[in-house]
Design a protein around this ligand. Structure first.
Ligand SMILES: Nc1nc(=O)c2c([nH]1)NC[C@@H]1CN(c3ccc(C(=O)N[C@@H](CCC(=O)O)C(=O)O)cc3)C=[N+]21
Length: 289
């Protein structure tokens, strides 16, 4: 029984398809462009940004990385974004989080034009997602939807429980599962009797940031368990929010960490860059590019 949802393999499969799409776009004179801005020296962020750049190159996306010092002012950052907003070669703009504390992240993210907001964090894109007319959506939950689809998990009528209410994962995940006809519950740090609710979940998405918090006793037999956690233990080993060994036998499908949700997140970022480029190709009446 194939039980493991292999994010790495699915990611490879998507990359092959995307490379073909990009080739076709290029034959029509369009090169999808992704700009990633990183402020400061955060080690983890540097690694993610390098991985994104590598994946983009592999697919044929024109990827530019803008590295700014920790001392960059908010105004300087806003000016950079404004230039990218108006740059016809750039389809997607991503500002790597977290930002240094002297910068108001909300103001910065809101300054990205919604059409190029490849993370789907802009209020316009959040509103479209919740009205079931999404164009650009956050990559992590989008990758999870792709995983469910590929492994033939139809959310229709299922109890989907999400642990965590962040704007990056929990909330958009709830909207997407609702749009896919699931019965959706979000639980969080203030929820009473959390386990009683997770035990009812046919689909359980865990994004709480506590290492191996979810045990076999917390899940329903046959549940599909999606682990969004990324915790480093004392030996710098990556662990999820789900106790994988403990839950493995009880779940019908389960994602590993690493090799689950993480690789799909980056892959979906590329997918959305391509989708934006395709939309702009359709709208390009002149030959501005
Ligand atoms: N504006 C913005 N958009 C983001 O999408 C964004 C961000 N900021 N800030 C940081 C988080 C984190 N994130 C990850 C992406 C891929 C892996 C990934 O590929 N993980 C590998 C393992 C990598 C390793 O071993 O360290 C895996 O799970 O197999 C992890 C984390 C995107 N983020």
């Amino acid at each position: 029984m194939a039980k493991i949802i292999d994010g790495k393999a699915l990611s490879q499969h998507c990359i092959t398809q995307m490379a073909g799409d990009v080739q076709a776009l290029k034959e029509n004179g369009i090169v999808p462009g992704l700009a990633v801005i990183i402020v400061g020296e955060d080690d983890a962020s540097q690694i993610y940004v390098r991985n994104k750049h590598r994946k983009a190159e592999k697919i044929g996306i024109n990827s530019i990385v803008i590295r700014l010092s920790t001392e960059t002012t908010q105004l300087e950052l806003l000016e950079r974004i404004s230039l990218l907003n108006h740059d016809p070669k750039i389809d997607g703009i991503l500002v790597q989080l977290p930002l240094p504390s002297h910068i108001n992240a909300e103001a910065v993210l809101d300054s990205i034009t919604p059409e190029k907001d490849v993370d789907g964090f802009h209020p316009v894109n959040v509103g479209k997602l919740w009205s079931n007319r999404a164009e650009i959506v956050p990559s992590t939950p989008f990758g999870i939807m792709k995983m469910l689809e590929f492994y033939n998990v139809d959310p229709t009528g299922k109890n989907a429980v999400i642990i965590g209410r962040s704007t990056i994962v929990g909330r958009p995940m709830a909207a997407m599962l609702l749009n896919a006809n699931a019965t959706v519950t979000i639980v969080h740090s203030q929820t009473k009797n959390l386990q009683e609710i997770t035990q009812q979940a046919d689909i359980l998405v865990v994004a709480i940031g506590r290492s191996e918090y979810i045990k076999a006793k917390d899940i329903k037999a046959g549940a599909v368990v999606i682990d969004v956690g990324m915790n480093r233990d004392i030996n710098n080993k990556l662990t999820g929010d789900v106790d994988y060994e403990d839950c493995f036998d009880k779940a019908s499908l389960i994602t590993p960490v690493p090799g689950g949700v993480g690789p799909m997140t980056i892959t979906m970022l590329m997918q959305q860059t391509i989708n934006i480029a395709k939309r702009r190709a359709l709208n390009d009446t002149g030959n501005k590019r």
